[in-house]
Ligand binder design. Structure first.
Ligand SMILES: N[C@@H](CCC(=O)N[C@@H](CS)C(=O)NCC(=O)O)C(=O)O
Length: 221
């Protein structure tokens, strides 16, 4: 059984919860209260090198941290149908890279400013809160969404066929409204989100965030 170190509101954790559900893999969820900094312990550093969620422990194997690495690991090991064919492999990795960079440095902290605080967004970016450039985050978010919209106007899925890159990017694009973005302005993204939401095993962020109880708590198993 896979153990997922999780925070219910995190989009990075959501993409892992969603993928586990899409591929029908059971997991046990351990709540890590990152907003109270319960992750900042040496014990948790042995699970996750940067003390961040999500991380997973699959049986007795070494823990795996970073949501993108976790998705790729799960797909390779349990659901290879989610790995792009070799001629689309570059696109699959490129869009995952957009998720790790452009999304993680624009939409993700922009959402944090709205649903948690500017301080939390600054903590995420490793800058002082007084230096946080919210207007810059908004501009970068729109630039990123425009690139997604263009790609998804030309292709149904990010890597041409459906792949783990779609689930990866969906993790935060699903939460765009929480960052104050009107996805109606990006019709190809809206249509792609509907395609993902129609997949068997799909779970909404809100459902996995609130109604599924955790099975344990970090430092309080
Ligand atoms: N690259 C990592 C980023 C993970 C990340 O940003 N985690 C946040 C929650 S969404 C976290 O643990 N924040 C608490 C902290 O950094 O202290 C991933 O994709 O998993």
């Amino acid at each position: 059984m896979i153990t997922l170190y999780d925070h219910p509101r995190s989009g990075n954790c959501y993409r892992v919860r969603l993928f586990l559900s899409l591929i029908g893999l059971a997991s046990r969820r351990v709540f890590v209260d990152v907003l109270a900094r319960a992750n900042h312990t040496e014990a948790f550093e042995r699970v996750s090198a940067f003390r961040q969620v999500p991380a997973i422990q699959d049986g007795d194997d070494e823990p795996i941290w970073d949501s993108h690495a976790i998705l790729l690991y799960l797909a390779h090991r349990y659901a290879p149908q989610w790995i792009a064919p070799s001629d689309q492999m570059g696109q699959m990795h490129a869009w995952i890279s957009v998720s790790t960079n452009e999304i993680a440095n624009s939409l993700q902290p922009l959402r944090l400013t709205k649903v948690v605080s500017t301080e939390e967004a600054a903590h995420h970016l490793g800058v002082d809160a007084s230096l946080l450039d919210v207007a810059g985050l908004e501009r970068k978010t729109h630039r990123t969404l425009a690139a997604f919209n263009k790609r998804l106007t030309e292709h149904e899925w990010l890597a041409v066929s459906r792949s783990v890159a779609d689930v990866d990017c969906y993790g935060y694009l699903a939460l765009a409204e929480e960052a104050g973005i009107d996805v109606a302005n990006y019709p190809a993204i809206a249509a792609w989100r509907h395609r993902i939401e129609a997949l068997p095993g799909y779970v909404r962020h809100g459902d996995t965030a609130s109604s599924a109880p955790h099975d344990g708590f970090l430092n309080n198993p």
